[in-house]
Design a protein around this ligand. Structure first.
Ligand code: MN3
Length: 199
């Protein structure tokens, strides 16, 4: 398959005041597009041409750094746009909430761990909620990596590359992470991914 840039599932200004139109214009229209174009060029003539995106990401990890970085970031961003929505945040759907409370003790503790993971990811990368062996975990990864290459299924991810928050939050990454988890997350989509990963 070749990679294509999806439209944002909302208008560029729909996540304001938490994420600006300018951030989404650069982040979606330019950064994600670059991963799509570079990924398509690097995919040509490799053994992964014709494979699914997940197979390309997992297969190229540790074998073809250029392709992996761009395919990995394409995968991460495809979901990232859907992990956010206007008027996001709020309470978690029932089954997901149950699993989070059983893994972390409370929803607040999960949020605290998620924010800590994003804050302590040194340099560029992502913080995650993932399902591993049926259990919800928090993790963090550098650059374009994701829980996919750690044998887990990502159900929520936040981009902590500076291009994701610097226009709106400058160096205040923890404030961006707090706004993300409290006001931007599309928990229905997270719950959908959780259900698919645990069925
Ligand atoms: Mn990004």
């Amino acid at each position: 398959m070749s990679f294509t840039l999806p439209d944002l599932p909302y208008a560029h200004d729909a996540l304001q005041p938490y994420m600006s139109r300018e951030t989404l214009e650069y982040h979606h229209d330019k950064h994600h597009l670059a991963y799509v174009n570079n990924g398509n060029n690097l995919l040509k003539g490799t053994e992964w041409e014709g494979k699914s995106l997940e197979e390309i990401v997992v297969g190229s990890y540790g074998k073809n750094a250029g392709l992996f970085n761009n395919a990995g970031q394409h995968y991460n961003h495809l979901h990232f746009w859907k992990w956010m929505k206007p008027n996001g945040g709020g309470s978690l759907p029932g089954e997901l909430e149950k699993a989070v409370v059983s893994a972390f003790g409370s929803v607040d503790k999960m949020k605290e761990d998620f924010i800590a993971a994003g804050t302590t990811q040194f340099g560029s990368g992502w913080a995650w909620l993932a399902v591993k062996d049926g259990k919800v975990i928090v993790s963090k990864t550098p650059n374009g990596e994701s829980p996919l290459v750690q044998g887990a299924t990502p159900i929520l991810g936040v981009d902590v590359w500076e291009h994701s928050y610097y226009i709106d939050y400058r160096n205040r990454r923890p404030d961006y992470l707090k706004a993300f988890i409290e006001n931007m997350v599309n928990w229905e989509y997270v719950a959908e991914r959780f259900a698919a990963a645990t069925k």
